[in-house]
Ligand binder design. Structure first.
Ligand code: FAD
Length: 643
């Protein structure tokens, strides 16, 4: 039997990005003793990379804005597949979450009259993104960290121990959510990345806030942490994932040099006036405005340009269409032979703003291009192309409470949770999502935890099984005579190539079937992933463990993408190019066949995942009334309109 250290807490938050920290603050403020566990250093989560801003209808720059307009934009962006109640809560509560950040010390950029400044972004009708230059995520995390330290100082005054009520376990990875025999959450199994030592946290509530899945794709804007851990942990605990086919390919990632391919070029560049051109110098986005958006976007360059000065009397330029539309347009231009020298298109801000304004408003972009590509964006155009950026699919949660479906005590918030963004997320709506649903997850996880009469127990056998699973890569060699262990790095590269080539921005049936065959093969090989050396900081071992998660999540994406025979938001089928109103009513749920991780879970033919269709909940009448009937006709199924 393994001897592992056990600790008892009320709430465990897995992840220290925006969602995790906001959840932890709330749980602690509700009186729950809260532990935060994160893979990276505290303060280094992916949220730090967020550039453009936080979407919230404060109406500081255009008083026409309101939660209702924000709700409408979010539903349109998601092509009406959003969990509408989440979109409603998000639009209503986002302003309070931003103001709250300010009271906790966040220093946002200001308008001329001293209010929090808000900038334009794709799909948002009004300037809506509260920002700090192009380093908004950094300020958000800094502020939440500061709040945590303040709470710890408060605890110290009362108990003499800074970590009595809120403790951060940094550079630790969770490999399993544990449950008791009644199927209720009982804690997490974790390892310290530096020492390799295992430990268990016993707790009745676990909040998953682990972010996205981008590292399953070759070209991505995502950081190393995005290996779909929370998605996989939920599946393994028995919770379903929702609509995993919807993966967002951001239209503008760097395409050159190869070592930085995929790194994000923020949408603020377009929000502040940047335009997209092809190799012929044409502003091609005017050719790609889909019918559903025709009335809302400028038809000429002049009108688009006037909008920056006079948005009330002009329509916005099509460079600010939702991301899925822009990404597909760039893909088409490149495919038609009108791309830039390195396989992208040109994004030009140099002819649109004075150099000093560019350096002031887009400081990170200026440095990013200067240092990584030797391009001066104040004097020349950038080369950009689509990059895997965000996953709209995620853990199926109850809208108001963030409770994961089917597993009492499990909660999810942030990018790991599904539903809020439908088939496509609008820029800026993630940071607001983290704050709104991070708070809600923390609140409900704490309420659930403190209402339990008995503390959960973790059986020794469970710990032994989790430890054996984690140690398997060290004994890969001895598993089968004459079988050479697989290199986790090779497996990872093959997985990324498979997802990029076969389940990427444009999808085809035969290719996705091929992807599933390759994933099945990789899954079998991944069980032989072997590593050398010790448990002390061993990145090969960490990757071997992450592979389980990436393979699980990739299978969900491929299975759901194959099933949905239409194109909607982040899911584009070349063989089914139109959006089909009948599909609006369908949610696709992925669940693990055998959550114990037994043989059925590794069946090379049937795969690990079962997929079911579920009918979406009808949108509440007063929310539907916010749209014109002519618009609803484009999205809703016949019987929904009738109802
Ligand atoms: P994260 O911030 O990624 O945090 C995840 C946490 O989980 C980390 O602490 C990680 O260490 C931890 N973790 C993961 N797995 C484990 C495990 N197994 N065990 C323990 N810990 C684990 N959105 C906007 O709204 N506005 C923007 O301007 C914007 N700009 C962006 C710019 C870039 C370059 C990128 C890549 C994204 C941007 N986004 C933006 C999206 C947004 O940043 C993310 O969706 C958001 O930060 C996700 O936050 P999160 O709290 O869900 O996860």
């Amino acid at each position: 039997m393994s001897v592992v250290q056990r600790q008892q807490w009320d709430v465990v938050v897995v992840g220290a990005g925006g969602a995790g920290l906001r959840a932890a603050i709330e749980a602690r403020e509700q009186g729950a003793r809260t532990a935060v566990i994160c893979k990276s250093l505290f303060g280094k989560a992916h949220t730090v990379m967020a550039e453009g801003g936080i979407a919230a209808s404060m109406g500081n720059v255009n008083s026409g804005d309101s939660w209702r307009v924000h709700f409408r934009d979010t539903m349109r962006g998601g092509k009406f597949l959003n969990q509408w109640r989440m979109a409603e809560l998000h639009a209503r509560e986002a302003p309070d979450r931003v103001w709250e950040l300010e009271t906790w010390g966040a220093l946002f950029d200001r308008t001329g009259d001293g209010r929090i400044s808000q900038r334009n972004f794709g799909g948002h009708e009004y300037p809506r993104l509260a920002h700090v230059g192009d380093r908004t995520g950094l300020e958000l995390i800094r502020t939440l960290q500061q709040k945590i330290v303040q709470l710890q100082q408060q605890d110290f005054k009362e108990t003499g121990d800074y970590e009595s009520g809120l403790k951060v376990f940094q550079e630790c990875t969770v490999t399993r959510v544990l449950k008791d025999e009644d199927g209720q959450v009982s804690g997490t199994f974790c390892y310290e990345r530096e020492s390799g030592r295992f430990f268990v946290i016993e707790a009745p509530s676990v909040v998953l806030a682990t972010g996205g899945i981008g590292k399953s794709f070759k070209v991505t804007s995502n950081s190393w942490e995005y290996t779909g851990d929370g998605h996989a942990l939920a599946l393994l605990a028995g919770a379903p994932l929702l609509n995993m086919e919807f993966v967002q390919f951001h239209p503008t990632g760097m395409v050159w040099p190869p070592s930085v391919k995929g790194i994000l070029v923020t949408e603020s560049v377009r929000g502040d006036g940047g335009v997209l051109r092809n190799s012929e110098g044409k502003r091609f986005m005017f050719d790609y405005v889909p019918d559903v958006f025709k009335e809302k976007y400028a038809q000429s360059e002049d009108e688009g340009d006037r909008w920056y000065e006079d948005p009330d009397h002009n329509r916005r330029p099509p460079e600010l269409l939702p991301r899925d539309e822009v990404a597909r347009a760039i893909n088409s231009e490149v495919k038609a032979g009108r791309g830039s020298p390195h396989g992208g298109v040109f994004l030009d801000v140099s002819t649109r703003m004075p150099a000093d304004v560019i350096r002031r408003r887009l400081p990170s972009m200026y440095h990013q291009f200067k240092e990584l590509a030797d391009v001066d964006i104040t004097a020349e155009a950038m080369e950009v192309g689509p990059t895997c950026h965000y996953v709209m699919g995620g853990i199926a949660v109850e809208s108001d409470t963030a409770a994961a479906r089917g597993v009492p005590g499990l909660y999810a918030a942030g990018e790991v949770a599904g539903g809020m963004h439908g088939s496509n997320r609008l820029g800026g709506n993630s940071l607001s999502d983290l704050l709104v649903f991070g708070r809600r997850a923390g609140l409900h996880a704490a309420t659930y935890a403190v209402s339990r009469t008995a503390r959960p127990t973790v059986a020794d056998e469970q710990i032994d099984t989790a430890a054996a699973e984690a140690l398997r890569p060290f004994s890969a060699e001895g598993q089968e005579e004459g079988v050479t262990p697989e290199n986790p790095y090779t497996l990872h590269q093959e997985l990324q190539q498979t997802m990029n080539d076969l389940v990427g921005i444009i999808r085809r049936e035969a290719e996705m079937e091929q992807a599933l065959r390759r994933l099945a093969d990789l899954r079998v090989r991944a069980r032989r992933a072997g590593v050398e050396g010790h448990r002390q900081f061993n990145p090969g071992w960490h990757l071997a463990l992450d592979l389980r998660n990436m393979l699980l999540v990739s299978e969900c994406v491929a299975r759901a993408a194959l099933e949905r025979t239409e194109s909607r938001g982040g899911h584009t089928r070349e063989d089914h190019p139109a959006m089909n109103r009948e599909w609006r009513r369908a949610n696709l749920l992925c669940q693990l066949r055998d959550p114990t991780g037994g043989l059925a879970a590794t069946d090379p033919v049937r795969g690990q995942i079962t997929l079911t269709r579920e009918t979406t909940e009808p949108i509440r009448a007063d929310l539907l009334a916010l749209f014109e009937k002519e618009e609803l006709v484009k999205y809703l199924a016949e019987e929904e309109l009738f109802e």
